[in-house]
Design a protein around this ligand. Structure first.
Ligand code: UN1
Length: 521
């Protein structure tokens, strides 16, 4: 296997050296080390981009159905390794095994969706206004696609980016997440085994700020990168967007969220409670689509909160390999620390904290697995009486915590749902078609669920947000092809003379002032 230029140290095998290393540990059992990885240096980042640029010369000329055949192989390898890769993911980031399998499945679905795109990538034939002239459009690849992804979806999200990018004829440089280097290593290995030429897909290990990630963003200024993809915080996304803007390339930004879930007075309460619990505590709240603000209609508030607390008390937490758990550990120590910090700094005296314990979990009645103190586990938190004036209302917390707010009616619910500055995902629980119709038109989030969770987008629907959640770019589904290709317009004149559009066009003249005569009696 060749990682070119590889910067991994794995199981004692050194691919290329760098003094700046980091260790991947198991967040359920942090004394367990999974691998040592070296951060790619600034020089290595540039050489990865240059190699990708060189490889592009050939890759863009490779017929699209042949490029897509790599993705067919990749899909088969992912299927063959689904369980093994899911287990690596569960071990490395603590994602519950059922969800880890879902993460890999989403990548497989993405492959199957885009394989046939290699036989389409349709352009158009367009009639000309002049005789003996043909107009047509072609999708052309962009060049080097650089990308930084987050650790919470270490297989599905890179697949969302790289599968269409490669089929469309781009070469890729990936700064893989520092929280999931081993999973990323296997993702890349499967892609190489699938026949992807080493130069076409470059993998950089490293950290973000003042490390490999930052240097990859700097490489935009060197003119080596044609497109940048980023999944992560809104703050970093803004910096990347600004850098792309200065150098006239576009960015695909998938950023944070403070996703609302509204429960109206006519909602099916059991369904809504299950939806809220899953939206808030699935993946320990570490999805960009996780629930941020639960907005309850006044008339259901008390009943809902009472039952919600009971259900949350019953959550099964612990070993992510145990199929019965709702959530496992935080992705890493940093995520647990951030969660604790949010509880310390954002919960105010007028708030009502509904669960007795907060922060790092030491003991839980429905615990499964080894001792909690061996890993980075957190208690589920519910904070009620949050208002639109509070920082907690509009700050993304990315942990097992959500707010509970009240609303008077649908208009008020929408005001709260749309008021955080973010606009990624959202949900409403109601049976009323008029509410649903109005909600769909008025909600500003890029995605909305009706009677379902804020999380769990399918692989062929456009995924992405507005406001602080992104720059309007979308991933997944056919729309993403527009992210990875540029249109070329061709006009081909076969007339043998210089025909001038607009000037030589033989438009048909008529007396357009002619009026139907009035009927006289
Ligand atoms: C993310 O959290 O970055 O819709 C992506 C979902 C997943 C993807 C989340 N399919 O929750």
């Amino acid at each position: 296997m060749s990682l070119t230029p590889g910067m991994a140290w794995l199981n004692g095998t050194q691919v290329e050296t760098s003094d700046d290393t980091f260790v991947s540990t198991n967040p359920s059992h942090f004394s367990e080390e999974l691998g040592v990885f070296a951060c790619a240096s600034r020089h290595q980042v540039l050489s990865a981009c240059e190699s990708a640029k060189q490889a592009w010369a050939q890759w863009r000329r490779t017929p699209a159905p042949v490029r897509a055949s790599v993705i067919t192989n990749f899909a088969k390898l992912l299927e063959h390794n689904k369980e093994a890769l899911s287990r690596v993911m569960t071990q490395e980031i603590g994602k519950p095994i059922r969800e880890a399998r879902g993460d890999v499945q989403e990548a497989i679905d993405t492959c199957y969706f885009f394989i046939s795109e290699g036989r389409r990538l349709y352009g158009m034939t367009i009639p000309s206004e002049l005789p003996k002239k043909e107009l047509s459009t072609y999708r052309r690849p962009l060049g080097v696609f650089a990308c930084i992804t987050a650790g919470n979806f270490p297989v599905a999200v890179p697949a969302w980016y790289f599968v269409p990018a490669l089929v469309a004829g781009n070469t890729c440089v990936w700064k893989c997440p520092e929280d999931a280097p081993l999973t990323s290593y296997y993702f890349a290995t499967l892609l190489y085994k699938a026949g992807c030429p080493a130069g076409v897909f470059q993998v950089l290990f490293g950290k973000g700020a003042q490390s490999t990630g930052e240097w990859l963003v700097d490489a935009i200024a060197e003119g080596l990168i044609a497109k940048f993809g980023f999944t992560g915080s809104s703050q970093v996304g803004q910096q990347i967007g600004a850098m792309c803007g200065r150098h006239l390339i576009t960015a695909c930004l998938e950023l944070g969220g403070k996703n609302p879930l509204v429960v109206m007075e006519d909602a099916h309460l059991d369904l809504a409670i299950a939806g809220a619990v899953w939206s808030g505590f699935g993946t320990a709240g570490q999805r960009c689509t996780s629930l941020g603000n639960l907005i309850l209609h006044d008339s259901v508030y008390d009943r809902f909160v009472e039952r919600l607390v009971k259900d949350v008390e019953q959550l099964v937490i612990g070993d992510p390999f145990d199929e019965s758990i709702t959530y496992g550990p935080m992705i890493s120590e940093k995520f647990l620390q951030n969660h604790e910090q949010h509880l310390k700094t954002l919960v105010e005296s007028h708030h009502r904290v509904l669960m007795p314990q907060q922060g790092r979990l030491t003991q839980w009645s429905h615990w499964r697995g080894e001792a909690p103190h061996l890993g980075y586990f957190a208690y589920p938190s519910l904070v009620a009486e949050v208002t639109a004036e509070d920082a907690l209302y509009h700050t993304e917390t990315f942990g097992p915590l959500f707010n509970i707010m009240r609303c008077r009616d649908l208009e008020h619910a929408l005001e709260l749902a749309n008021g955080t500055g973010y606009g990624l995902s959202s949900a409403i629980y109601t049976q009323n078609p008029e509410y649903i119709h109005y909600w769909k038109e008025e909600i500003t989030a890029g995605m909305t669920s009706i009677n379902n969770s804020t999380t769990g987008a399918e692989a062929h629907l456009p995924f992405g947000g507005n406001g602080k959640s992104g720059n309007g770019s979308r991933q997944s589904g056919i729309w993403v092809i527009d992210q990875f290709t540029k249109w070329q317009a061709v006009n081909w004149d076969l007339s043998g003379s210089l025909q001038l559009a607009q000037m030589d066009t033989d438009y048909i003249a008529a007396d357009i002032h002619w009026t139907i005569p009035a009927i006289e009696n």
